[in-house]
Design a protein around this ligand. Structure first.
Ligand code: AKG
Ligand code: FE2
Length: 233
């Protein structure tokens, strides 16, 4: 892998897609673990075909605690732990800095649901007291505009930490977005780029890049694994 290019692009644009980062066995491990964890939680045998319908149905029925419980368990499984170790080493080489795991997560996008969609935000307000870098990668299916992949405002990391934000939260069980107050003007200056990723690809993004979720207009759920690393000084 061409490390120099990735780090240059990352510094220039605030994000970079690293193609073919994961090996096929790592992708399979994520899929297997997803099915196992969610099947156990829902007490229904899930597979690649029925998972989309079942998760969407639970969302429409308002089973948010069940969905969140499964997600929380899934992000603690072995594939996430292994990926985190690998990404920590990879990042140390790429930037010649030291990192440790800060947090894992998963973005999930469901047709006709805004509950789990983020509005424009930076990560910095969530991790104020230390420096972080962020990785996101597709699980089960590629992430593209049709299924609501995230987009970024390219170069917006150069604005630094924007402290004037409005807090958006649809409901108690919805995600929370810190939207910069001057987002309308910022959008005019930095072009929006949609993050298209195939399985095995991974996005690396800056704590200050402005990004959001898009609307999923497909019938399939979008799953995007997230691993956040903290820089150790
Ligand atoms: O992919 C998305 O829907 C947004 C995810 C996000 O904001 C993040 O990974 O920090
Ligand atoms: Fe985010």
């Amino acid at each position: 892998m061409k490390n120099i290019n990735y780090s240059e692009q990352f510094h220039k644009n605030g994000f970079v897609i690293i193609k073919d980062f994961f090996k096929i066995n790592e992708i399979e491990a994520f899929e297997k673990s997803l099915m196992k964890t969610y099947s156990g939680f829902f007490k229904i045998k899930l597979n690649k075909k029925n998972i989309h319908k079942i998760i969407s149905k639970l969302e429409y029925e308002g089973m948010y605690d069940l969905l969140y419980g499964a997600l929380k368990k899934f992000i603690k499984t072995e594939p996430f732990k292994k990926a985190s170790i690998r990404l920590t080493k990879y990042s140390q080489k790429l930037f010649n800095r030291k990192y440790k795991h800060a947090n894992s997560g998963m973005a999930i996008g469901i047709k006709k649901s805004k509950r789990t969609a983020y509005k424009w935000h930076q990560e910095k307000p969530y991790y104020k007291s230390f420096s972080t870098i962020h990785y996101q990668f597709p699980i089960l299916n590629s992430n593209n505009l049709k299924n609501g992949t995230m987009s970024v405002l390219s170069g917006s990391h150069n604005l630094g930490f924007i402290k004037k934000v409005d807090n958006y939260k649809l409901s108690k069980k919805s995600i929370n977005s810190f939207v910069p107050k001057n987002i309308v003007n910022i959008k005019k200056k930095y072009p929006e780029k949609f993050i298209n990723m195939n399985l095995k690809d991974i996005l690396l993004f800056d704590e200050n890049i402005i990004h959001r979720s898009n609307k999923n207009t497909s019938d399939k759920v979008r799953f995007a694994g997230i691993i956040r690393l903290r820089e150790i000084k």
